[in-house]
Design a protein around this ligand. Structure first.
Ligand SMILES: CC(=O)N[C@H]1[C@@H](OP(=O)(O)OP(=O)(O)OC[C@H]2O[C@@H](n3ccc(=O)[nH]c3=O)[C@H](O)[C@@H]2O)O[C@H](CO)[C@@H](O)[C@@H]1O
Ligand SMILES: C=C(OP(=O)(O)O)C(=O)O
Length: 427
């Protein structure tokens, strides 16, 4: 297995360019299947989740060209297939095939998704939405068979009991070609949802209100091909911002939408880091001592759960007690034991990490249990003055493009060793 070897203690300095958003990319790709012509998606991140989606599309008979950072997708020759297992288990976002195939064929037979193990990740709200639109749903040994009872879904008013990114996008996908109007209430407002609605509208859909908590979708008969550029990955950007602060560095994070990072920017300023927002970049200047603070995750525009683990690492360096509470996932704390192995003083209490900050971290052999646990640990490795060996890179590969290259550009002493010497998995 590959591992990262990090000789930490060097302040990160320089410029890092952020890739396209993972959570947009993995929804835009299935959305493109709905068009009666080619859709070109640009600024795709070269990450494992995108590679797996590429393979899934080929498996389903779509015509796909994947070059550099763009993909041309033509779903016209695609066949409806049973997809019980295999690649769909390797990522969370394979659940978007439910909404996309339902809209395209009136039917989907796709297994339950994989993705990061963060405790229970139910899909009841997706199902509730499809049922409200006239689908019958059967779960047989983890394979979801979802069928529009009348051949085509009907518009419906759907209230989401919890704010869910996945359910909001899935219902939007399904509703885009349904008969009539669908209203999604208590919809998620994440920028990735706006990105998906923008692509669908450019394909000829009629979606209003994306980015607010009420989304209105007037179904249309046909969607057409178009060209779309993905928004920057605010979680990748946030990870580098936190890494800059944790190493007392000075990093210009470019190709970002600063507004998408406001909750993190506010927290970094609160602990005492200097953060400057410009048009499409953010500069973070660290310092050698920080104030402790509390952080609570919540749906956008709140503090993102996907940055909860990375900021926990930073707060282990701040003097005093900090509490980091994850209101989205109750068990997203598998990085905590590994951080303790590196000398941090913190424990899990309920759905919070309680941190006694200020202890000096040391290098150690640690394992990433999930994608952002990986981020928390490579940031810790960069911030210690010792050597850290980090395993579990298959999780990190799901979401960080060219991690080693980008860190090396910022002056980090980090290499990847193991059987596979390439950063990005083979396509
Ligand atoms: C591919 C993708 O975009 N992944 C993101 C997406 O995941 P994902 O779409 O899976 O997360 P959701 O927004 O749906 O989950 C939010 C909360 O709602 C709960 N829930 C969700 C659906 C459902 O049917 N029932 C239910 O109870 C979840 O357990 C969780 O507690 O949003 C998460 C929350 O911002 C991020 O951490 C993930 O990076
Ligand atoms: C939880 C995440 O991803 P996924 O939902 O794809 O597992 C993440 O990106 O932090």
């Amino acid at each position: 297995m590959d591992k990262l070897i990090i000789n930490g203690g060097k302040p990160l300095a320089g410029t890092v360019t952020i890739s396209g958003a993972k959570n947009s990319a993995v929804a835009l790709i299935p959305a493109a299947l709905l068009a009666d012509g080619p859709v070109v998606i640009e600024n795709l991140p070269r990450i494992q989740d995108v590679d797996i989606y590429h393979e899934l599309l080929r498996e389903m008979g779509a015509d796909v060209l994947f070059e550099e950072d763009w993909m041309e997708i033509d779903g016209r020759l695609m066949k409806l297939m049973l997809m019980p297992n295999g690649r769909i288990k390797k990522l969370r976002a394979s659940y978007y095939l439910w909404g996309a195939l339902l809209a395209k064929f009136g039917e989907a037979q796709v297994g339950l998704p994989g993705g990061c193990d963060l405790g229970p990740r139910p899909v009841d709200l997706h199902i509730k939405g499809f049922e409200a639109m006239g689908a019958e749903v059967e779960n047989k040994n983890g394979v979801m068979t979802i069928r529009a009872k009348r051949g085509r879904l009907q518009g419906a008013r759907i209230y989401l009991d919890l704010v869910s990114v996945g359910a909001t996008i899935n219902i939007m996908l399904a509703a885009s070609k349904a008969d009539g109007v669908t209203i999604i209430e208590n919809a998620a407002r994440e920028p990735e949802i706006v990105d998906v609605a923008t692509l669908l509208n450019n394909m000829g859909a009629n979606i209003k209100g994306a980015g607010t908590d009420v989304i209105r979708v007037q179904g249309v008969e046909r969607l057409r091909g178009c060209r779309h550029t993905i928004i920057p990955d605010r979680i990748e950007a946030g990870t580098y911002m936190i890494a800059a602060a944790a190493t007392n560095g000075n990093v210009l994070v470019e190709n970002v939408i600063p507004k998408h990072l406001e909750s993190l920017t506010a927290k970094l300023r609160e602990i005492g880091a200097q953060v400057m927002e410009m048009d499409d970049c953010i500069q973070v200047m660290g310092r050698d001592s920080y104030r402790s603070i509390d952080v609570k995750t919540s749906p956008y525009p709140g503090f993102p759960t996907d940055l909860q683990q990375p900021i926990t690492t930073l707060l282990t360096l701040a003097k005093g007690s900090s509490i980091v509470t994850d209101n989205i996932y109750s068990s997203r704390f598998r990085h905590v034991d590994e951080l303790r192995r590196m000398g941090a003083t913190l424990k899990v209490e309920g759905r919070s990490a309680v941190i006694e900050g200020g202890s000096k971290l040391n290098g150690a052999k640690v394992v990433a249990s999930d994608l952002r646990a990986g981020a928390a640990l490579f940031i810790a490795g960069l911030a210690t003055s010792g050597t850290t060996e980090l395993e579990g890179l298959e999780h990190i590969d799901r979401g960080y493009e060219n991690l080693v290259g980008k860190l090396q550009t910022l002056g980090a002493d980090v290499i990847r060793v193991g059987l596979q010497h390439t950063e990005s998995p083979q396509r």
